[in-house]
Design a protein. Structure first.
Length: 194
């Protein structure tokens, strides 16, 4: 755990790298963001272990899916099952003057004993390229590359007689580079399955 002095030194380094840094206000926001990231980390672990404990009744209901993911980083999503329970999702999205490329490993399980309905959870990462402000109130415009980690917890329903799936998920994430910045996305996913 960082001491107050180490955290303050990290903040001062952050301010040297980004213009328009208002020391007291930004330092408080920086400290709150660090504390929030710890809470998000614990929440992600709790959700992950809760789903592992309820990991019965898996069923793969399609092989591939291509469609739209609408939320914080809206864009295109492709999902491919690599086993009966496991899938990989690749995404290209647009968010806050950026383009983001991400990938998630997901574990699926049947939900509520309803045919075609699945819980899923997992994690992965993303890479973002910003052209503008990385954060609207923290720094001057510029070009930034962002690297981060992301979790996912969601529910998906494959419509029985047509090749469409619809889902809702929560994606807690944390930017790691250029600074630690946690955020949470809520997404609606609509895909054509094949």
């Amino acid at each position: 755990m960082n001491t107050f002095k180490e955290t303050q030194e990290q903040h001062e380094l952050f301010c040297r790298n980004f213009e328009n840094c208002h020391t007291a206000q930004t330092y408080n926001a920086f400290t709150i963001k660090r504390a929030t990231s710890l809470v998000y980390g614990k929440l992600i672990l709790w959700i992950f272990f809760a789903f592992i404990a309820n990991n019965a009744g898996h069923a793969q209901i399609y092989q591939n899916a291509l469609g739209l993911r609408v939320g914080v980083a809206s864009g295109i999503s492709f999902k491919h099952f690599i086993s009966k329970t496991d899938a990989i999702e690749l995404m290209v999205g647009f968010h806050h003057q950026s383009i983001q490329i991400g990938g998630l490993f997901q574990r699926h399980a049947q939900a509520f004993d309803i045919a075609g309905m699945q819980w899923y959870y997992g994690g992965g990462g993303f890479l973002g390229f910003y052209d503008g402000r990385y954060h609207p109130s923290w720094n001057a415009p510029g070009r930034f590359t962002v690297l981060g980690a992301m979790g996912v917890v969601g529910l998906e329903y494959k419509i029985e007689d047509i090749p469409i799936s619809i889902g809702l998920d929560i994606t807690p994430a944390i930017d790691i580079i250029p600074l630690t910045l946690p955020w949470v996305g809520v997404n609606v996913v609509l895909r054509y399955v094949f």
